[in-house]
Design a protein around this ligand. Sequence first.
Ligand code: UDP
Ligand code: MG
Length: 314
Amino acid sequence: MERLSIIVPCYNEEATVETFFRAASAVCRELPGVEAEYIFVDDGSSDRTLDIVRGLARKHPGVRWLSFSRNFGKEAAMFAGLEHARGDYMAVMDVDLQDPPELLPELLEAVREGGYDCAAVRRVDRKGEPPIRSWFARQFYKVINKMSRTEIVDGARDFRLMTRQMVDAILRLTEYNRFSKGIFSWVGFRTKWVETVNVERSGGESKWSFFKLLLYALDGIIAFSTAPLAIASVLGLVFCAVAFFAIIFVIVRQLVWGGSAYGWPSLVCIILLVTGIQLFCIGIVGQYLAKTYLEVKGRPIYILREQGGDHERQ
Ligand code: UDP
Ligand code: MG
């Protein structure tokens, strides 16, 4: 019997964990020739999430849990889950049922019989989402795909089912600044895209504020593209060229007509503009330096406080 590990990051999800487990296990029981293992990763929740997960693990064999020492973020939770999973196939799913478990049979079949290494879910609409957020999301995908050679698919969710081989490749990317949508694509392998419509959360609230998403988007661009650095250099060159011609113009004007001591207000504007651009470019360099600094420190991606469930029995 093959084993399917389902990795579920949970952060303050007391309202949704049980509904998720009920829905997912109903689907997984019907999967032919596959035994499901659940790995709930409690990402430093401050509510009753861990208690509920513990309760599930006591009642149901095949449920395991990991608990972080604090909130490390969904990326870290997914990494921890993948590291601890023992299945032949692994799926990553949100606990809020926005990743419908009903798709699991289709994903599994694509990987098992279709010759794919990964089957991933992509939503084709963004219904129920604030329009501004959707607009920014679309722009983000446009920009990152122009800047990066790694393809980041618009609307791709983190919901996907992968083979052991692909997961092993992902685990070799131990960077601290993780942007999974890029990492999944960077490792390559054959991916089948399954399309779905947007599903609203089953309960509780989204953990992503607009600002958090914006920072995440910037992280993604910096992690998978060095184009902003090139933009900074090109801007620098353009300004040098403009300054060079301006200097020639000023000298010629002085020699031919004389009396060039006017134009202070325009000078102030130009100085402001140029120093602004300089600071902006230094800021871009600083972003990369900061990320490098964090990587060089070599800090662990997550820290476990406790773990339990199925493995205690073995
Ligand atoms: N999540 C997490 N750590 C965090 C934020 C979110 O593990 O710091 C989990 C959350 O419990 C859920 C999944 O990531 O299972 C997706 O989060 P959410 O539904 O809030 O995001 P959205 O669907 O709104 O993008
Ligand atoms: Mg969600």
